[in-house]
Structures are given as structure tokens and as C-alpha cells.
Design a protein around this ligand. Structure first.
Ligand code: BDR
Ligand code: CA
Length: 320
């Protein structure tokens, strides 16, 4: 089986943490590094959570600290009511263990790692896209050297799914729309795993309960998801949680579970629709100069949600 060599760019974050454990356990993923970014919490919190998760689930994997704020805007307020005040569902975090950080900032770590293994590195980005934009600015050639970029972000209106932080915008894109527009305009192959498919995929609480009896990783998934589940109950009436960041991992492992539509994507960077992602499908022939000279990227518009959930659960249950 091919191993996917992955840099995981993340703002942990409950669902970020659940997606990290998924990668740490899956035999087809080799984690080359974890890069932190502000988003669900401050950069101090997301970085210390990345270090905690590294010690507990993937010892030895480098962690590099990333951006503290968007390219041109103020950092967002931490989302304590969603991810907990500690960013990890307010669960008790024991000793942080190995707290060593890579000496480089995240964007330089990304550049160097892609350059060291041309054509082999998959970037999975599940937070604001600031680190990726900074990496492109530092070394535009990485766009031709990376294998693929898979982003949890965006909302394209499939089956009426709109934004989650405004009627127009998804949270990761809204945090740094300028960075997102740069990343989506670069000549690297991007797949967007947005709300169109992540809100179609729900982990029910009853289903999550089974994880409690499956080792340290399974117990962690159950514990860390409780506060997040209360948020989903209060905000959407769900008896479970949307599967955002783990869906980006699932796309890398099993792209056949997803239906994609190709076409250039723009991000609205000002006005009431700031953060909106708009694709011009390749099938649309009308000229649209703001899209037409940009690369066709892939947007997920359909998912085999049951298949995704089976992939996640089997990864944990087989790992025991
Ligand atoms: C995204 O926003 C964050 O709160 C989650 O971690 C996920 O990456 C969903 O919109
Ligand atoms: Ca995230």
C-alpha cells in the first residue's frame, strides 16, 4: 500500500485532534510534521495542544509553530463555547510530555519538507490558510513540488449548505480570506473538503460511545468530543457531531468516497459576503475574467458518509 507522506496544518481544536489521532493510527499515513496555526484558539493554545497530542499519539513527529494572526486582519477570538477554553473540549490534559518545537516557523518547515521530497508530500490543512499562503510567498515553486493540497474549508451551497459563521462563509476561510484566495489561486492541485460534505457526515453520540472501550485513542475520542457534542446539540439540535477535519483525512485515504467538481475558485475578501467561496465549474462556458486565468481546483460536492464513518471506526478498532 502506498504511504501518504503528510504535513498536517492544524488549529487544535476538538475535530482537529480527532483527525490527528485518525492519521496517527492509519497505516497508510506517514506524518512528516504538524504545523500549528491560530483559529479555534490562540496560537499559544493550538501549539501547546499540538505538542500534547504529539506526545500522546505520535511521539517523535516534528511540531512547528505557525502564524498567530491572519495576513492582514486581527486574529479571531478563541471559540471556547465550541472547542472548550483549552481548545480540547475542556478535558483534563496531563503532562505535556515532549514540548520540543522545530526551530523553524511553520511556513519554512512546510517549504523545506516539500523541497526535501519533491512530488511526494501531501499537505492537509484544516485551519485558517495563513501558513500555506506564507509558504507560497517564501517559495512559490513549492506549488510545483507538492503532491496535493487537501483543505477542510469552504461552503458551496450544495443541497442548500451555506456558511457556518455567516450565511456566506465557513469558519476556516473566514479567518483569513486573503490567504485562502492566494492558496486557491496557486498552481498546485487543491481539493476542498467543505461544509457541503462535512455537514453531510455526522458521528452520532451512540456511535461514538463504542470508542470508549477501544484503548487510549478511543477513550480520547469519546472524552474530547463531549463538549463539542453539547455545542452541536445546542446550535443544530444534533445528537452527534459534524465531521469536519477528519473528512479531509478520509479524502486522502479514500478519494472514491467523494464526488468532486472541478473549476477555479475565488474567495470574497470584502463586503457582507467576506469568506464566501465561489467556484466556476469547468462546464460553465460564459467568460468570467476573475476566475478564468486561475487553475481548476477540485471541490467535494458529494460523499458516501457511511463509508467515511466505517473508515474512521475501522482505523481505531483495527489498531488495537
Ligand atoms: C472548521 O472550523 C473549525 O472550527 C473546525 O476545526 C473546522 O476546521 C469547520 O468550519
Ligand atoms: Ca480545524
Amino acid at each position: 500500500m502506498t504511504q501518504h507522506k503528510v504535513i498536517y496544518d492544524t488549529d487544535p481544536g476538538v475535530d482537529d485532534a480527532m483527525a490527528l489521532v485518525f492519521q496517527a493510527l492509519h497505516p497508510d499515513i506517514e506524518l512528516l510534521g504538524i504545523t500549528s496555526v491560530y483559529g479555534n484558539a490562540t496560537i499559544d493554545t493550538t501549539t501547546s495542544n499540538a505538542l500534547y497530542l504529539r506526545s500522546r499519539f505520535c511521539p517523535g513527529v516534528p511540531v512547528a509553530r505557525g502564524a498567530a494572526a491572519p495576513l492582514h486582519r486581527a486574529p479571531p477570538a478563541p471559540l471556547g463555547w465550541i472547542h472548550g477554553d483549552n481548545g480540547l473540549g475542556n478535558i483534563e490534559l496531563g503532562e505535556p510530555g515532549d514540548t520540543s518545537l522545530d526551530a523553524r516557523p511553520a511556513h519554512q518547515f512546510i517549504v523545506d519538507t516539500i523541497r526535501a521530497q519533491p512530488g511526494e508530500v501531501t499537505l492537509i490543512a484544516v485551519g485558517p490558510l495563513t501558513n500555506l499562503a506564507l509558504a507560497l510567498e517564501a517559495d512559490p515553486e513549492i506549488a510545483t513540488l507538492v503532491k496535493q493540497v487537501v483543505i477542510m474549508g469552504g461552503a458551496f451551497g450544495t443541497a442548500g449548505v451555506l456558511g457556518n459563521v455567516s450565511p456566506a462563509a465557513e469558519a476556516n476561510i473566514m479567518c483569513d480570506p486573503d490567504a485562502a484566495d492566494i492558496v486557491l489561486g496557486a498552481a498546485w492541485p487543491v481539493t476542498m473538503v467543505g461544509l457541503d460534505v462535512t455537514q453531510e457526515t455526522i458521528m452520532p453520540n451512540e456511535w461514538l460511545k463504542d470508542f470508549g472501550g477501544h484503548g487510549d485513542a478511543g477513550r480520547f475520542v469519546w472524552d474530547v468530543s463531549r463538549h463539542y457534542a453539547r455545542f452541536h446539540k445546542d446550535s443544530a439540535g444534533l445528537e452527534g457531531i459534524y465531521v469536519h477535519d477528519s473528512s479531509a483525512v478520509a479524502y486522502v485515504l479514500a478519494p472514491h468516497l467523494y464526488t468532486v467538481r472541478k473549476g477555479p475558485v475565488r474567495v470574497v475578501t470584502s463586503g457582507i459576503a467576506t469568506g464566501e467561496t465561489i467556484q466556476k465549474p469547468v462546464t460553465m462556458k460564459a467568460p468570467a475574467p476573475d476566475w478564468d486565468d486561475r487553475p481548476a481546483q477540485a471541490v467535494c460536492v458529494g460523499v458516501d458518509a457511511a463509508g467515511m464513518l466505517d473508515l474512521y471506526k475501522n482505523t481505531f478498532f483495527k489498531a488495537l
